[in-house]
Design a binder for this molecule. Structure first.
Ligand SMILES: Nc1ncnc2c1ncn2[C@@H]1O[C@H](COP(=O)(O)OP(=O)(O)OP(=O)(O)O)[C@@H](O)[C@H]1O
Ligand SMILES: Cc1cn([C@H]2C[C@H](O)[C@@H](COP(=O)(O)O)O2)c(=O)[nH]c1=O
Length: 204
């Protein structure tokens, strides 16, 4: 079962992801961009691009997508084949929401969100559950500390609009959690959502 954590920078995904390690010690924990234990040079290339204020938006989309393709074959698919619960801190929806917003600003691609979704449709795996940590762009940017080009409230506001479009298209996959609540309450809500989806899977 593939579970993804999504939301704006600073919404608290990594805080939740770390806490879930204690609750599900046998699960496979991973991230996009890839880094750490499940990292690769593709992920390192993505982090270089994030630091580049002048990175070409299309080139950046394809770097992220290359990292995703490698992540699928090297980490996600083998883990799912073993029957593992896989929990990824960010996944394809981040590309749809963030690169959808960057490419809209860029102007070369018409219907950028659909374009990014379309690139993935031929090879990607859809998550069984996506937890969306919902937060306003101002709080998100303040929490994230505005350390890179994505962590600006005005840009995050457009990213949030794209997340809303994705939720509207696929309401059964997403569970929205108010990320302005305390970390303890957010974690409790996430655990409930995860347990409900695991239970529902075994009832099928
Ligand atoms: N529910 C919460 N309430 C208040 N602060 C929080 C909450 N959750 C996380 N934080 C704090 O907000 C900051 C960002 O949290 P975290 O790194 O988990 O977010 P993130 O979504 O993973 O961000 P990014 O996408 O930028 O990596 C950290 O300082 C963290 O301690
Ligand atoms: C996967 C992915 C990420 N991003 C952006 C979102 C963040 O600003 C950075 C790094 O992510 P982290 O969770 O803060 O480590 O990259 C993106 O634009 N597109 C993506 O596909």
């Amino acid at each position: 079962m593939l579970v993804t954590l999504e939301g704006l920078d600073g919404s608290g995904k990594t805080t939740v992801w770390e806490a879930l390690r204690d609750v599900h010690p046998d699960a496979t924990f991973t991230t996009e961009p890839t880094s750490g234990e499940t990292g690769s040079w593709y992920g390192e290339a993505v982090y270089r691009s994030i630091q580049d204020e002048d990175a070409d938006p299309l080139a950046e989309l394809f770097l992220y997508t290359a990292d995703h393709a490698d992540h699928l074959t090297r980490v996600i698919e083998p883990a799912l084949e073993r029957g593992d619960l896989v929990i990824s801190d960010r996944y394809s929806d981040s590309r749809y929401a963030y690169q959808g917003a960057t490419l809209a600003e860029d102007g070369r691609i018409t219907r950028p969100l659909e374009y990014v979704v379309g690139i993935h449709s031929a090879f990607s795996i859809e998550p069984d559950l996506t937890i969306y940590l919902d937060i306003d762009p101002e709080t998100a940017a303040a929490r994230a500390g505005a350390t890179n080009k994505f962590e600006r409230a005005e840009y995050l506001s457009r990213v949030r609009d794209n997340y809303e479009r994705l939720i509207e298209r696929d309401p059964d996959r997403f569970v929205r959690i108010d990320a302005t609540q305390s970390p303890e309450v957010v974690l409790e809500r996430v655990e409930d959502a995860l347990e409900n989806r695991i239970d529902a899977r075994y009832e099928d």
